[in-house]
Write a protein that binds this ligand. Structure first.
Ligand code: HEC
Ligand code: HEC
Length: 450
């Protein structure tokens, strides 16, 4: 099914769910909700069932990204998967996306901060279900997967390559060239070293950097040619990332059971996990922010952490990111977007810096969260238990940057309740990805017949 029709099917499911079911055939001791969920054990009340329904809506759904014309193209995804693991896309020939987003660690980094050509300033989050995000990075400074990927490729502390190196690599390698041209059409001639130096990129604030000088020596038109190759490469990588979807978790099986009464599905959660779920949608108030099928509102909040020695102390998060994404030449409204007048581009126009943005970071998805310690934008906590105790006690102070979100209130949780929430998180691990998506493919080109 096409992504659009899936989205419509999902919406239709939600609309139908909003209608009223009749409660007449609910067995004694059971509870039911208007959305048609019935809990034979009576653990959840009406409001809790409504909240649970929203975390696992009926029908399949996949994200769409109209700013990327090849988001659904299998040839682009194959090329992108190859490049994701290709260490030639790095200044020292040793780094790739997989250095920090490790397939064996839920596509996140087990380290608090990542090490590649240098050390990162924040923790590397999961790429599982990243396709659903509205904004990318912890502070949302880019607005699409393909625009996001440009930064790690060129950041001197990450992969440390340049867009000119990348363009020459693709043009000079027979396999990459064939795979690229099969998706994007003929590459331009880059063979004149006076017009297309070997290395170069814009280096904001450092006009004397050799990469900046090389870039500045080029005509605007040749710069655009290279930027086009760069964005095609990152659109291919994004097409691969669009496939890193892992939803179907024991929790979803349980909700199906609440929907159709199947006893085996209802056994997908044990008593402790059900208690955790009840706290999550109820007294602990987690769904104020971790709402919807991805268990995130896709918004930004300041949780108010104490400083950590390994982090920069004055990280303003969303505050700095708002002007950055608006000025980004690779944003949804820009010349390289395939939908410059689309919904994402329109939203950008209304985006404005707000005082409360200081110290805010993006609410992450909680799907697959058990796979990806440590947690938070700086790897603040090693375990999920530490995270839950943080929310329960809120005793971290002082808040250095901005103000702690007022929706957070101290929760009076017993040790058993903390354990129950942690046990609930284990039920959010989705079906594993097909093995073939977790390693480099044999070559960048889709085998013929596809
Ligand atoms: C050196 C480690 C490192 C490398 C290499 C790296 N990343 Fe990341 N990645 C990070 C860190 C750290 C963050 C979070 C940074 C921030 O939010 O400021 C991140 C964030 C992301 C995000 C945002 C996810 C979200 O939910 O907002 C995506 C997507 C991503 N990286 C994809 C990639 C791709 C694709 C590549 C290869 C082209 C790549 N990364 C290479 C460390 C790395
Ligand atoms: C006010 C909104 C809000 C509420 C309420 C909230 N969270 Fe969060 N949650 C966030 C944000 C924002 C982050 C990331 C913060 C950061 O890194 O600075 C986060 C991070 C997390 C993480 C770490 C995920 C990861 O991949 O690093 C977990 C686990 C989590 N929250 C669980 C919970 C639980 C359990 C509750 C209820 C007790 C809860 N949250 C309530 C906004 C919220």
């Amino acid at each position: 099914m096409k992504r659009e029709s899936l989205a419509i099917a999902m919406l239709a499911g939600w609309l139908a769910a909003a209608g009223c079911a009749d409660d007449t055939d609910v067995p004694p001791g059971a509870t039911a909700s208007p959305s048609g969920l019935t809990d034979p054990s009576g653990t959840f009340d009406h409001d809790e069932l409504e909240a649970i329904n929203k975390l696992s809506p009926e029908g399949e759904f996949l994200p769409a990204d109209p700013t990327n014309a090849v988001a659904d193209d299998p040839g682009a995804a194959r090329l992108g998967q190859f490049l994701y693991f290709d260490t030639r896309l790095s200044g020292d020939g040793e780094q790739s996306c997989a250095t920090c987003h490790r397939p064996d660690h839920g596509f996140a980094d087990p380290r608090q901060l990542s090490e590649a050509m240098g050390t990162t300033a924040r923790h590397a989050p999961t790429l599982l279900n990243a396709a659903f995000n509205r904004w990318y990075f912890w502070d949302g400074r880019t607005d699409s997967l393909w625009a996001q990927a440009i930064e790690p490729l060129e950041a001197p502390n990450e992969q440390g390559t340049t867009r000119l190196d990348i363009a020459h690599l693709v043009a000079g390698d027979a396999e990459l060239r064939a795979a690229y041209e099969a998706v994007f059409g003929a590459l331009p001639d880059l063979s004149d070293p006076d017009r297309f130096p070997a290395s170069g990129r814009p280096v904001p604030g450092s006009p004397d950097h050799p990469h900046a000088r090389a870039w500045a020596s080029m005509s605007a038109e040749d710069q655009r040619t290279v930027d086009r190759i760069l964005t095609n490469v990152t659109k291919a990588i994004a097409a691969y990332e669009m496939q890193l979807v892992s939803l179907d978790a024991p929790f979803d099986r349980y909700v199906e059971g609440l929907r159709d009464g199947d006893a085996e599905k209802l056994s997908a959660l044990d008593e402790q996990q059900k208690e955790g779920l009840k706290l999550f949608v109820g007294r602990a108030g987690c769904t104020k922010c971790h709402a919807g099928p991805l268990m995130t509102n896709f918004e930004f909040h300041n949780l108010g952490f104490e400083p950590r020695g390994w982090l920069v102390p004055d990280d303003l998060g969303r505050w700095d990111a708002v002007p950055e994404v608006k000025a980004d030449p690779f944003n949804a409204a820009g010349a390289f977007s395939d939908a410059p007048d689309g919904e994402r581009a329109r939203e950008l126009r209304f985006l404005a810096q707000q005082p409360e943005n200081e110290g805010q970071f993006k609410t992450p998805t909680l799907r697959n969260v058990a796979l990806t310690p440590p947690y938070m934008h700086g790897g603040h906590f090693e375990t999920l238990e530490e995270v839950v105790r943080f929310y329960a006690e809120l005793d971290e102070s002082p808040v250095l940057v901005g103000h702690r979100d007022e929706t957070l209130v101290e929760l009076d949780l017993s040790d058993e309740e903390v354990d129950a929430l942690v046990a609930f998180f284990e039920t959010l691990t989705g079906a594993p990805l097909p093995d073939a998506l977790t390693r480099p493919p044999n070559g960048p080109r889709q085998p013929s017949g596809h």
